[in-house]
Design a protein around this ligand. Structure first.
Ligand code: GLU
Length: 513
């Protein structure tokens, strides 16, 4: 029988959740769920210099927000799915809990274990102590650059330091690192689930440091040990880790451990095909949440960054459950995936259209509350009824929640400032303009509050306008909005309500003498 699928998301707490990392987490989740497997959250914090306070909490929060529930690992109490697993308080991070058979799930909490394995590699001759001082290494690199050689450790300590010297240095507590010994003249091959056959020449690979002088392991050592100890069957991660693969494969060989399967996900690209970077836009999931993209839309969009259900399939909108059903690692492509914001806007707009007005109101209110035009508006413009009317008019042309009201700020204005010429339709005279404005004034004045619906307003205004729609409706729309472009005057009048609409028309009439 096949082993139970176990995958892990192994972020480093170095900042916000990068969309590329979020995609790895999502694919991990989809793959685990589809195959009835386990999903583990492990924290790789071996690079203490890059640690960012709050990053760990923020990673957990994003996974929790997205509903990517994991079975074991690192939690904040709210995220724990299975309350039968006993939890332990993290040693290094107050307020963080760990739960699962393979605790600890935070690498800085198991340094002795990595040390033990590193020593084992030294004993078996697959790794060696390096006592080189930083100055020597810097000079070596500088010389290599001058000679146009790839920067690589020159193996000074492998060839020139005797057993006796090593023991002496260790006794004297000299600072050291442990380096992995790369075999010479070998080709390391692997079958990547996404990339197919990949191969690497060992001669081009540096003797990677496995243990640093601060007593911490490097990513490579800790990652392989943990994947093995935690019974990980599939390593799913971004393509930027592909160059690490031969080192990892060798470590598995040196330890005589079974190799997991590997899947390296395609790079994320800017629209100009360069690697996705902060310079060209936001790269943190948190930024997209803040901008008012819905959870479902972000998940849907990120799922399509490198995967689609197959040739001939046109479906683009997928719920998380559907993704679990449809996802296959075999369908992940090799080519870089373009991060196309227009597509995200489109997907988001599709999800916004699916919301009821009440749901949309709940989600949009915090965004209204940040807008200057909203803050300045009168109380009646902040009422749920008024905002729901605005949203009813806007909801099918809203790419994201932070756009609410943006294009229709006139709804919230106390007084409109516009030039009288805006009211004029084509060449109409002032006199004729005034007549038309008075006509709509009278007409709207005769519609009772109870009958003030979009349909009624439209039917009555169109009936009176007859053939000459522009002559009647343009001045009305301009009077109500003070802008060149807006939703139809029926919709605007409906949102504003009878009193406010008549007040605005009255002002327009007074402008035309
Ligand atoms: N700690 C690595 C990261 O930050 C994990 C890479 C891997 O999944 O092996 O993404």
């Amino acid at each position: 029988m096949d082993k139970k699928v176990r995958v892990r998301f192994a972020p480093s707490p170095t900042g916000f959740m990068h969309v590329g990392n979020f995609r790895s987490a999502l694919y991990d989740y989809l793959f685990a769920k589809k195959n009835g497997g386990d999903f583990v959250l492990r924290i790789e914090d071996t690079d203490q210099k890059r640690f960012v306070p709050g990053a760990l909490e923020s990673l957990i929060n994003v996974l929790d927000w997205a509903g990517l529930r994991y079975d074991e690992g690192v939690f904040q109490s709210a995220g724990i799915k299975n309350d039968k697993i006993p939890t332990t308080e993290s040693k290094n991070y107050p307020g963080i809990l760990e739960a699962g058979e393979f605790e600890p799930y935070i690498q800085s909490e198991k340094l002795e274990i990595y040390k033990k394995y590193a020593d084992q590699l030294v004993k078996s001759g697959h790794a060696y102590y390096c006592f080189c001082e930083p100055e020597r290494l810097e000079k070596m690199r500088a010389d290599q650059t001058v000679e146009k050689k790839a920067p690589m450790y020159d193996r000074y300590c492998l060839h020139n330091v005797s057993e006796e010297e090593i023991n002496k240095n260790l006794k004297n507590s000299c600072s050291y690192t442990i380096r992995m010994k790369m075999p010479e003249g070998e080709m390391i091959e692997a079958d990547d689930l996404v990339r197919g056959k990949v191969s690497f020449k060992t001669d081009l690979i540096d003797d990677q440091i496995l243990m640093k002088s601060d007593g911490f392991p490097t990513y490579h050592l800790a990652n392989v040990i943990d994947d093995h100890e935690m019974g990980i069957t599939h390593v799913i991660r971004g393509e930027e880790w592909l160059p690490s693969l031969p080192k990892h494969i060798l470590l598995y060989r040196y330890f005589d451990w079974e190799l997991p399967k590997f899947a390296h996900l395609p790079l994320l690209l800017n629209p100009d095909k360069t690697k996705l970077s902060k310079r060209q836009g936001d790269v943190a999931v948190e930024d997209y949440i803040k901008k008012g993209y819905l959870k479902e839309a972000i998940i849907n969009f990120v799922a399509l960054l490198g995967w689609n259900p197959g040739a001939g399939e046109t479906q683009e909108i997928f719920s998380l459950d559907e993704l679990v059903q449809r996802f296959e690692l075999e369908k992940v492509h090799k080519a870089g995936a373009v991060f196309d914001l227009k597509k995200l806007d489109w997907i988001n707009a599709e999800y916004i259209k699916k919301l009821s007005i009440d749901e949309l109101y709940e989600k949009a209110l915090p965004f209204f509350e940040q807008k200057e035009f909203f803050i300045q508006a009168g109380a009646e413009k902040k009422s749920p009824e008024f905002l729901k009317r605005v949203l009813t008019v806007e909801f099918d042309r809203l790419p994201k929640l932070s756009d609410v009201g943006e294009n229709n700020q006139f709804f919230f204005a106390t007084d409109l400032n516009y030039d009288k010429s805006l009211l004029r339709w084509k060449e109409m005279t002032d006199e004729y303009l005034k007549k038309n404005l008075e006509k709509v004034q009278e007409l709207l004045g005769n519609i009772s509050e109870d009958e003030w619906s979009r349909e009624n307003l439209e039917a009555k205004l169109l009936a009176v306008a007859g053939e000459k729609r522009g002559e009647l409706l343009w001045p009305l729309r301009a009077a109500l909005t003070g802008t060149q472009k807006s939703p139809s005057p029926f919709e605007v009048a409906w949102v504003l309500g009878k009193t406010e609409s008549l007040r605005r028309i009255e002002k327009a009439v007074s402008l035309v003498v």
